[in-house]
Design a protein around this ligand. Structure first.
Ligand code: PRP
Length: 210
């Protein structure tokens, strides 16, 4: 039997993703240790788990280097990859929001030019250009995006808000909500057919846990 390959996102979703597969009886507990290994094999079930950067999970799945994956909806929207989204896993719930200092709330509807910093340039462009019909300049950042409006790099940011603590501690607020987010199970288009039975078994198992 061929190995079924599962790509899991490092970071916020990693622990909950690994726990799902542990509950389904897969041998993958080693992924939760401090090991630097990136690939883990359950020989009995013929499954390989890959630990990859969240933004790379859809890439592995689109190209078939992984048959399935777990990743946040934010990454899926940003990457726009050609794959199937099978299941909303209901964890990792948060929101994509436009955030900034309170005084920007009104300006958001009156100015037509603005600089927006984000780790998610496509989501930000889509929201402002397509939905709000505003012509904005997007500045792509790698993290700590909240610094942008504080330092004058941009007027607002488009970023993930979970507890709201990061915004609060940096004197910023949610100004508008772009969309709700959560973890999703994604599947390669060819694997969906060739590995239908094994993938279905996993999907049914996960459904039973939700
Ligand atoms: C994310 C996001 C916010 C923060 C929101 O950053 O970009 O900064 O979490 O969470 P909260 O509402 O619960 O405070 P992350 O921790 O992934 O780090 P980063 O700044 O390096 O992107």
């Amino acid at each position: 039997m061929k190995y079924l390959t599962i790509a899991l996102a490092k970071g916020r979703l990693a622990e909950l993703s690994v726990e799902i597969f542990m509950k389904l009886g897969y041998d993958c507990a080693e992924m939760l240790t401090k090991t630097r290994k990136l690939i883990f094999t359950d020989e009995e079930k013929k499954v390989k788990f890959l630990l990859v950067k969240a933004g790379d999970v859809p890439t592995y799945v689109e190209y078939g280097a992984a048959d399935i994956g777990i990743v946040g909806r934010d990454t899926l929207l940003e990457e726009g990859r050609n794959l199937y989204e099978l299941l909303d896993l209901g964890f990792g719930k948060c929101r994509m929001c436009v955030c900034g200092p309170a005084e920007m709330r009104e300006k958001l509807n009156t100015t037509s030019t603005m600089r927006v910093a984000s780790k998610y340039p496509h989501i930000a462009a889509d929201y402002f250009n397509a939905k709000k019909n505003m012509n904005i300049e997007i500045i792509k950042l790698g993290g700590s995006v909240e610094l942008a409006p504080i330092t004058g790099l941009s007027e607002v940011i488009v970023d993930i808000v979970e507890s709201g603590k990061t915004l609060y501690e940096n004197g910023l607020e949610v100004l508008e909500e772009v969309c709700p987010l959560s973890a999703r199970l994604i599947v390669n288009r060819v694997s969906a057919k060739l590995e239908r039975e094994r993938i279905n078994e996993i999907v049914q198992g996960i459904r039973g846990l939700l």
